[in-house]
Design a protein around this ligand. Sequence first.
Ligand code: PAF
Length: 293
Amino acid sequence: MGHPLSLHGHLKIFTTIDEMRAASRALRGAGKRLGLVPTMGALHEGHLSLVGSARAQCDAVAASIFVNPTQFGPNEDLAKYPRPFERDREMLEREGVELVFAPSVEEMYPAGAVTWVTVEDLCSKLDGRSRPGHFRGVTTVVSKLFHVVEPDVAFFGQKDAAQVAVIRRMVRDLNFAVEIVVCPIVREADGLAMSSRNAYLDAKQRREALVLHRSLMRVEELARAGERDAAKLAAAGRAEFENAEAVRLDYFEIVDAETLDPVADVSDGALVAVAAYVGATRLIDNVVLAPYR
Ligand code: PAF
């Protein structure tokens, strides 16, 4: 029986690797182009935009819901990370997702697992510098998801710009036969980038969190007005945080979007990336400056 909210009613949930792989192989064997949207659940409009792109570009869509313990540091929010599985399931079904992979931690990491995928160098830039081990956890789980689901295309959000750079490099270096599609940041009406972690913010923090977007807009405005010096642009972005009492800036950097190395001049385009703690909640956001010619 389909769920009452279901418009499509075709969603199948798999908790084991063997069943998931058999289902995706059956679809691909029938000639369908399969898209994968990897998630940690607690879905919002940003995730749904990934599903929308996957539906537009593929014949069938799989999503994974797995709160991956290896990408959380010891003092991070693994235990309290929201897990509204039934709500997520309904949303995915309504969006026309066919396959959901929702394994247990034991299924993904059998006892004795000691093999990691690490994208050296890149994994210690931006969020990787602030969150040691984070990207090793991401690239390991994403590799595993690619092996299990064997998608033709996988969809990621631009909000996690450093994650995008790390995954693209991994796919290139290890010859994964998967195309990576990156979808634009989805924002609330007032500019706050959608994130599952926004749910942690109280009303005051929610208002203060707008400084991330404001700082990026300030940099974009100055760059559009002709400023090309990355140090000056970054200083202007950081200055926006001076009056945000409840917000602690983690980093505000202007880097090359592929290598994540700092740039001195933004004429060839650049990634402007920010991370900050609003209370105990770490939020990230970014904007891409197009090349000026
Ligand atoms: O972006 C995320 O939600 C996670 O890092 C991902 C890609 C699902 C891996 O756990």
